[in-house]
Write a protein that binds this ligand. Structure first.
Ligand code: TRP
Length: 462
């Protein structure tokens, strides 16, 4: 263990940074449109089950593996086992960080672009979502526009990572997360005051069970991994900057809780506006970029609401993207002894270039699809990450914790750093037999089996 490895200045800082990682485009861009296309409340219900039964245990495991080894994913597995196989599971995480960031930073770039457009007042001239959609498509048809904003977004995250764990990651989250929450609350309140807001609320909270099918589970589980930043070592890497004194169980509850609450609030902010204007919630990935700008701009005070919304989206994207890149950076620092600066610049340039094909998916390469799937580079990166790499990573994490490291060792480690607080995770509860058997059951059986079934279904094998 290197002595000069940086650590968070407190457990609260870790929670903010980890919540910053979790709360991202997944909450504000993806969750509302997936819920919109899959029956609203019915999807929300299944999604909550996935978070509690699969997401939360794996979140604990990831943070714990990081804290116990003080290493990046490859180093963490190397520290705990001699079997070379696990090193490759860690490497899969580093690969996933490339894949995710390559499409994530394109959407991050759009967010930056739209913040500037909102500032210019562009949206006030859009009469309908169709005009907004045409504007979006026109902008994206210019590769230099997409690449330009992708570059701006990338410079932002590389700048933060270069400044280090405390001065960069921690400071950014401490400043940006409260801002994000404040902006979101303003948007929620204004949404609730709109006439017809109750239709949006009932869409989000009154389930239509007929909308549920196996596909819903697939999406909900995939999204649970994505939204909690699981399955590729991001939480492990953030956990590696925790000290042994810090309580993992409580921190995991807090992170999962904040992430879920913020996704639901984002749903409220968006669906109240969409329904009160009589629009369709099933607009898909364009919901936030096509449907919302004209609707927001037409409200009284719309200029400021549109600006706040895209600022919110940008903040969420930045605090998440830094956690994705940090995995690869920590890998170079720990395993190849790179300085943070050299590691950040190396990975920054590599991932930046890996994202270019995704940027071209909307213009010059819009006809290029991969391996007969009909998916462009952008769609493929999203699919590969959310539906393959993250669940696969989660599956192996559960197997590792449940069978290789062992539940006894997991629970022993979970007890270290117990703050003894009165939350669910306190030591009496954690020492109890039922905690161990429930946790053991979730990690050894339920999580891997569910993930496995989802896989079989996804590839049409069941
Ligand atoms: N959780 C983030 C979101 O909801 C995205 C993210 C950040 C992520 N780090 C990750 C997803 C690691 C998977 C793995 O937008």
């Amino acid at each position: 263990m290197s002595n000069n490895r940086e650590q968070w200045s407190s457990k609260a800082s870790f929670i903010l940074a980890a919540a910053g990682s979790a709360v991202g485009l997944g909450n504000i861009w993806k969750f509302p449109y997936i819920a919109g296309e899959n029956g609203g409340a019915a999807f929300l219900f299944i999604y909550l089950i996935c978070i509690i039964l699969v997401g939360l245990p794996i979140l604990n495991i990831e943070i714990l593996l990081g804290r116990a080894t003080q290493k990046n994913p490859v180093g963490a597995f190397k520290t705990l086992t001699d079997k070379p196989f696990w090193k490759y599971v860690g490497a899969l995480g580093v690969f996933a960080s490339f894949t995710i960031l390559s499409f994530y930073s394109i959407v991050g770039g759009w967010s930056v672009a739209y913040t500037l457009e909102a500032l210019k007042g562009t949206f006030s001239s859009f009469g309908t979502p169709q005009i907004a959609a045409d504007f979006f498509n026109l902008k994206n048809s210019n590769p230099m526009w997409v690449i330009g904003y992708h570059t701006a977004f990338f410079l932002l995250i590389v700048g933060i990572i270069l400044s280090g764990v405390r001065q960069g990651l921690e400071k950014a989250s401490k400043f940006l997360m409260p801002l994000l929450f404040g902006i979101l609350m303003i948007l929620v309140v204004q949404g609730l005051m709109l006439p017809g807001a109750d239709r949006g609320i009932s869409f989000l909270f009154n389930p239509d069970w007929s909308k549920i099918n196996p596909q819903t589970f697939l999406l909900a589980l995939g999204h649970a991994f994505f939204t909690l930043s699981l399955g590729m070592g991001a939480m492990m890497t953030y956990g590696s900057y925790l000290s042994e004194k810090d309580d993992v169980v409580n921190a995991s509850y807090m992170v999962a809780f904040l992430d879920t609450v913020i996704a639901i609030l984002a749903g409220v902010a968006i669906f109240t506006v969409v329904f009160s204007s009589g629009y369709d919630p099933t607009a898909g990935p364009g919901l936030v970029f096509h449907v919302l700008p004209p609707l927001l701009a037409q409200l009284s005070g719309g200029y400021i609401f549109a600006l706040l919304f895209f600022l919110l989206l940008t903040i969420a994207a930045v605090t998440s993207a830094i956690s994705i890149l940090e995995v690869s950076v920590a890998y170079l620092v720990d395993e190849l002894n790179y300085s943070r600066k050299k590691a950040t610049l190396t990975m920054g340039i590599l991932v930046y270039c890996a994202a270019i094909p995704c940027a071209l998916s909307f213009n010059v390469w819009s006809d290029v699809t991969l391996l007969g799937t009909g998916l462009t580079f952008f769609d493929m990166a999203d699919f590969l990450a959310s539906n393959v790499l993250l669940p696969l990573g989660g599956f192996f994490l559960a197997i590792f914790a449940g069978y290789v490291w062992g539940i006894d060792e997991v629970v022993r480690n979970l007890l270290i750093g117990d703050s003894g607080s009165v939350y669910f995770g306190n030591s009496i509860l954690r020492k109890s037999l039922s905690f161990k058997s429930i946790f053991g059951f979730l990690i050894r059986y339920l999580s891997p089996i569910l993930i496995f079934l989802v896989f079989l279904y996804q590839f049409g094998w069941i």
